[in-house]
Design a protein around this ligand. Structure first.
Ligand SMILES: NC(=O)C1=CN([C@@H]2O[C@H](COP(=O)(O)OP(=O)(O)OC[C@H]3O[C@@H](n4cnc5c(N)ncnc54)[C@H](OP(=O)(O)O)[C@@H]3O)[C@@H](O)[C@H]2O)C=CC1
Ligand SMILES: O=C(O)[C@@H]1CCC=N1
Length: 270
């Protein structure tokens, strides 16, 4: 039997996932989408050939429901969804902070729920998606979630107690790297380089460093030491990074992101 998958709340993450699933061979006719705005629904139909439906229709006709609304919109979505969702549907939440227990409380008893934290590199099939099973999710349900999110990158199963930390590391992670590139490009401007050249130098350095981190099998400390010559240039930069507390700032930043993920579980609007 064909498995139908619905993406509910198809914004940035929902569309990234949808487009990746189609690139990986899912048939658009088996993919349903829901949106809040009619023009967005039409855009997705035109772009991908998927079928826009209401949340209630998605619950009735899809086997797997992937919820990609903002955490703050999850309550409203569940109010629209829950009365129409039979307990045999697999519900996958992609929202930061929202626990499987809170979703199970709102859905029919026994509904399998899986929580996934992915990230925007899903757009280029380089996502990191972290997956946790709820109370009623079987290994088959988790495998189905891995198959879906595997279409856009790597997947990793973790206990749900680690999801908020993973959200801080990999869910938000791309933003930190974009921020670093922004800041280093500004440094290039300060040093007298044209912006486009500074951008290209930093981006290619980032790609090279990321590839080495992934493929060399070396520890990041060793890789950094290999760049850091005695009485050379790099150590002068590293001393400034340490003087400005960049390592401590990163640790504090990720802790703050983890804490915000925990707060979102309780529906905090910030
Ligand atoms: N952005 C990121 O980097 C990441 C985000 N996430 C998680 O993914 C989720 C989505 O984030 P993101 O894609 O950035 O957000 P977006 O705002 O881009 O997408 C959410 C979409 O849901 C729509 N929506 C809201 N309520 C409903 C509803 N009741 N029925 C149908 N559609 C609805 C919104 O419509 P409208 O456009 O009208 O507001 C919007 O298009 C969040 O929970 C976030 O925590 C996870 C990992 C990374
Ligand atoms: O900032 C956020 O809340 C979302 C979740 C992870 C990345 N973006």
């Amino acid at each position: 039997m064909t498995q139908k998958v619905a993406v509910l709340g198809t914004g940035k993450i929902g569309e990234a996932l949808l487009s990746g699933m189609i690139r990986a061979g899912w048939t658009p006719a088996d993919l349903l989408v829901t949106t809040r705005r009619a023009d967005r629904a039409e855009q997705l139909r035109t772009r991908y050939g998927v079928t826009p439906v209401t949340n209630a229709e998605a619950a009735k006709s899809a086997d797997t429901l992937i919820l990609t609304v903002k955490p703050q919109d999850m309550g409203t979505l569940l109010t629209e969804l829950a009365p129409h969702t039979p307990a045999d549907r697999l519900v996958i939440s992609g929202a930061a902070g929202i626990t499987t227990a809170s979703l199970e409380d709102r859905l029919s008893p026994g509904t399998p729920v899986v929580r996934v934290m992915t990230n925007t590199p899903a757009l280029v099939d380089e996502a990191m998606s972290v997956i946790s099973a709820g109370t009623h999710a079987t290994p088959e349900h988790v495998a189905h979630a891995e198959e879906i999110f595997g279409a856009v990158g790597k997947t990793l199963q973790v206990p749900e107690s680690q999801q908020d930390a993973c959200t801080a590391l990999s869910g938000s992670g791309p933003a930190y790297f974009f921020y670093l590139v922004e800041a280093m490009t500004d440094a290039g401007i300060l040093l007298g380089l044209p912006r486009d050249k500074a951008h290209d130098l930093i981006v290619q350095s980032a790609i090279g460093a990321a590839t080495m981190l992934r493929d060399s099998g070396e520890h990041p400390v060793k890789l950094r030491e290999n760049v850091t010559s005695p009485a050379g240039t790099t150590i002068n930069a590293i001393r400034e990074l340490e003087n400005h507390g960049v390592r401590a700032a990163l640790i504090a930043a990720l802790e703050a992101a983890r804490d915000r993920s925990r707060e979102l579980a309780s529906g905090s609007n910030g």
